[in-house]
Design a binder for this molecule. Structure first.
Ligand code: SF4
Length: 490
């Protein structure tokens, strides 16, 4: 997938000015967040489940090589071919070789974020192989020629009218606003593709080392048809997705759907193991798993290590006030929201996604809901520090941080400067007490007003409070002493 993360600010301006998108985002609003809250409320102690999920993911990452090799051995024993790809391009080439060797003409796909990373559809298309996305959201986006904007609801940025117009254009059908009718229309168009395809390509939510299985967690039946109808199946997934046992999968499944869509369990949880038995009526005759690194291994043991715990539930973006206002496309690559603000610079390079770690108020809503307790704000702060250390931020930003640091090391001067700063801000405010424009900080005030600070600075308030406390303490001591003196006199 082409990345535009380097022009994040330009993307944001475009998305904020896109009225249709803004209306769709408002409609989406807190839907997933509300459902998550209700789902979490239905279990006894969700925090214990989160602890267990985080622990499982952390332990796997400590011994990732061991568990990957265990998965490979078990998958091979059951007839699955396991391939290793260092980059997205390598993964595409492996898949293309498999397709050519098997004489594949038509591919059907279910949702795979790793194949978005590698730009697989473009490569297959260029090789003359027809690719059809079969997840409803992905199918809509394939018709619209757009990338996903959310990791679990890829077409969340589209309204029913937009989908209806798209279907009318591509299917030659009358427009309808009836969502079940739109789903049925997509089903009618997809069904023959399922039956004609020679190869199914899926992602993999998890890899189970104990059984050599690929686990797929989904709400649409397309995942099962993609993985069982065509004679060849290829799962393409990141190397960090391995889990030791089925019990671990069960523990993770207690937090994943609740965090993602607010469901106790998704409609389908599929475990794909090996190839079709000789007497079975479905299942692939040839089964492959491509394990893709694409930048993951270099995060292991480093400051961004914890980001690899991610189980792609989407809760962080569903609760992020920044994502809720700009949508997923502004982030400029496969992964949007808080986790995207970490993974995109980590995978593509910090200089290619310079503004993403800044795209957060550090309110920590993402950390509060992350089912595997990834310290997302801390990781964003780490990336910000790296940007400073590597001199990647603009000169004026570096200069102001240096100035601030110098002032912070000189408390008297800091107090003096902040007192004058507060006065200046108050003088610049309008009659409504709001700052509509800040000289030199137009980017801040362009889309929002800021309340001018009222009263004293924090330091002055703190000092006054301390003085008052000291006075109260002195009074109490004096009263106690007076009382004791009275007793002695009696
Ligand atoms: S970072 Fe956490 S909340 Fe965000 S997608 Fe990953 S697991 Fe879910």
């Amino acid at each position: 997938m082409d990345a535009s993360a380097h022009q994040f600010k330009r993307n944001v301006h475009a998305q904020l000015g896109n009225e249709a998108l803004q209306a769709n985002l408002r409609r989406f609003g807190g839907g997933f967040a509300d459902r998550r809250r209700d789902a979490v409320g239905r279990v006894n102690d969700f925090e214990v489940l989160r602890d267990r999920a985080a622990e499982i993911r952390a332990e796997v990452l400590q011994n990732l090589d061991h568990w990957l090799l265990a998965f490979e051995a078990e998958a091979q024993r059951r007839g699955t071919h396991v391939h290793w790809a260092e980059t997205g391009a390598e993964a595409n080439q492996i898949l293309l070789d498999i397709a050519r060797a098997a004489g594949v003409q038509r591919v059907i796909k279910s949702k795979s974020m790793v194949s978005e990373e590698s730009g697989l559809n473009v490569v297959l298309g260029a090789a003359g192989i027809e690719v059809t996305e079969t997840d409803l959201g992905e199918y809509i986006l394939q018709l619209a020629d757009e990338p996903p904007s959310h990791i679990i609801a890829p077409a969340i940025h589209k309204s029913r009218d937009e989908v209806s117009a798209l279907f009318a254009q591509h299917h030659g059908t009358p427009r309808t606003r009836d969502i079940p009718a739109l789903c049925e229309e997509a089903r009618q168009h997809l069904r023959p593709r399922f039956l004609q395809a020679d190869m199914g390509v899926s992602g993999g939510n998890f890899l189970i080392a104990q059984t050599g299985s690929v686990a797929i967690v989904t709400n649409e039946g397309n995942g099962r048809m993609v993985t069982t109808l065509p004679r060849v199946h290829v799962a393409i997934t990141g190397v960090e997705k391995v889990l030791p046992t089925l019990d671990d999968l069960a523990a993770i499944l207690r937090v994943l759907p609740r965090s993602a869509t607010g469901q106790d369990i998704t409609n389908y949880v599929s475990l794909l193991t090996g190839v079709r038995d000789s007497d079975a009526s479905d299942g692939p005759q040839e089964n492959h798993v491509i394990l893709v690194d694409n930048g993951r291994a270099r995060l292991l043991g480093g400051p961004l290590h914890d980001a690899l715990r991610c189980i792609r539930c989407g809760a962080c973006m569903n609760h992020c006030p920044v994502y809720q206002n700009i949508g997923g496309h502004a982030y400029g690559w496969v992964y949007p929201g808080p986790i995207g603000a970490i993974l995109t610079p980590a995978f593509l390079g910090l200089d290619k996604a310079l503004d993403l770690p800044q795209a957060s108020t550090l309110c920590a809503a993402c950390e509060v809901v992350c089912p595997v307790r990834i310290p997302l704000p801390e990781l964003m702060r780490t990336l910000r520090e790296q940007e400073m250390e590597q001199g990647l931020r603009p000169w004026h930003e570096r200069l102001s941080i240096r100035l601030w640091r110098w002032l912070a090391l000189h408390p008297r001067l800091y107090g003096f400067a902040s007192r004058w700063g507060v006065r200046a801000l108050r003088a610049l405010a309008g009659r409504d007490g709001l700052l509509h424009r800040l000289p030199g900080l137009d980017g801040w005030t362009e889309g929002r007003d800021m309340p001018a600070p009222q009263g004293q600075t924090f330091r002055d308030q703190w000092a006054a409070r301390q003085a008052q406390q000291a006075q109260t303490n002195a009074l109490l001591v004096a009263r106690r002493q007076a009382a004791q003196a009275g007793h002695r006199h009696d």
